[in-house]
Design a protein around this ligand. Structure first.
Ligand SMILES: [Zn+2]
Ligand SMILES: [Zn+2]
Length: 394
């Protein structure tokens, strides 16, 4: 069973990793102090006063392939290079790469050896989920079922779709097997699955991952996934750099064209044209399952910008409301201990939603940017749009 760095979910959020990547590019994390980290990343990096942040947090940075220790300094990787630039890479691209590169044992952890029998536990997990959708066996899977299937199948994650189909079961034996994994290991595996649920077509709630893809798209993504292997480096720190150097290599270059996310839909949403960061944004907003659950928890019909109550205005409808995602355009959904959070979503009427995206285009053009620098900036620009709105607020 695979190890992870448990209890640090907030630091694994894509937007947090982008901030950390910027920090490791500019500073030696190994000698960084907490105040400096807080000022530059907005993250507290809590630890006993006797410990350096490096001692407590280097494991996260290594698992995420952002940094390794070379000649006594925290050396940023090519992944940190890319992540530190806004609008260059999306949460989906990054997480699919991490899924393809993460192994048991992991070079971020002590039990790694170059000649180990590597298993791609997260790649297995994603392929398992995609196979279930592709064969019509369901889009909702418990985390324990994934862990149990990994344990019982003995697969290393490199197997093809036919092989995955052969291990699918409809009874509860996988789920029961997952539950019986020693609790510390099980918790670590569960947390890593929460991290990958930031991918735009996944979300998580009460111990289950939900996939919002049709069968064809699920199979297409499966066929685009390959483990990152190749001759291993001699030591863990060099191996982290080697893996990171393969990011965005041709073999891992998946084009993310999910159903509902063709370029026209991006334009339809009010963006002038469809870059991949804008597509990621629209994929989340058009995630039908996420939408359904949002309105179950927040059964509103009122627009956050113009205050139009669409249920009153159009009394023959329940609501005519879109969801707008408040994080930077390249971000995935944010996951907390209890599941995917709805805090980053606001209900808006279709007119205002189009207007928000036009506003974003103008703002990004004016500032010569492809994406917002961080969550704070994205939220501030949304507030700015609301402030400039000059229609009638009912
Ligand atoms: Zn409105
Ligand atoms: Zn939007």
């Amino acid at each position: 069973m695979w190890h992870w760095d448990q209890g640090r979910l907030a630091y694994f959020q894509f937007d947090a990793l982008r901030q950390i990547a910027g920090f490791v590019k500019a500073n030696d994390f190994k000698t960084a102090n907490r105040a400096q980290l807080l000022a530059e990343t907005g993250l507290t990096f809590q630890a006993p006063p006797t410990h350096s942040p490096w001692r407590n947090y280097s494991r996260i940075l290594k698992i995420c392939l952002l940094v390794s220790e070379i000649n006594g300094v925290a050396q940023p990787t090519p992944v940190a290079d890319v992540l530190s630039q806004a609008g260059v890479v999306t949460c989906d691209e990054y997480l699919h790469f991490l899924v393809s590169a993460f192994t048991e044992p992991s070079p971020a952890l002590k039990d790694w050896r170059p000649d180990a029998n590597f298993r791609y536990s997260l790649l297995f997990s994603l392929k398992y989920l995609l196979t279930k959708v592709a064969i019509g066996q369901g889009s909702i899977t418990s985390l324990d079922e994934i862990i149990g299937a990994y344990k019982m199948s003995g697969f290393d994650g490199s197997e093809d779709d036919e092989e995955f189909i052969s291990i699918m079961r409809t009874d509860s034996s996988y789920k029961n097997s997952g539950r019986s994994v020693p609790s510390e290991l099980r918790r670590q595996a569960l947390e890593s699955l929460k991290v990958i649920s930031q991918i735009s077509y996944l979300h998580i709630r009460s111990g289950e991952i939900i996939v919002t893809l049709n069968r064809e798209d699920a199979l297409n993504i499966f066929k685009d996934l390959f483990e990152i292997s190749g001759p291993r480096a001699n030591d863990r720190e060099a191996e982290i750099q080697r893996l990171a150097s393969l990011f965005r290599d041709g073999s891992t270059n998946i084009t993310f064209d999910y159903p509902n996310t063709i370029v026209e839909e991006v334009v339809e949403s009010g963006f002038r044209e469809g870059s991949k960061v804008k597509k990621t944004h629209v994929t989340i907003e058009r995630n039908t399952r996420l939408r359904k659950e949002f309105f179950l928890v927040h059964p509103t019909a009122t627009c956050d910008v113009c205050s139009l109550d669409t249920a009153k205005t159009y009394p023959w409808t329940e609501r005519i409301v879109d969801l707008h995602h408040l994080l930077p355009l390249s971000s995935g959904t944010r996951v907390e201990a209890t599941g995917t959070t709805f805090d980053d979503l606001v209900p808006v009427c279709p007119n205002c939603h189009r207007a928000i995206h036009r506003f974003y285009d103008v703002w990004l053009d004016r500032n010569n940017k492809k994406d917002f620098k961080d969550t704070r900036e994205a939220r501030a620009v949304y507030q700015e749009m609301k402030h400039e709105f000059s229609g009638l607020i009912i």
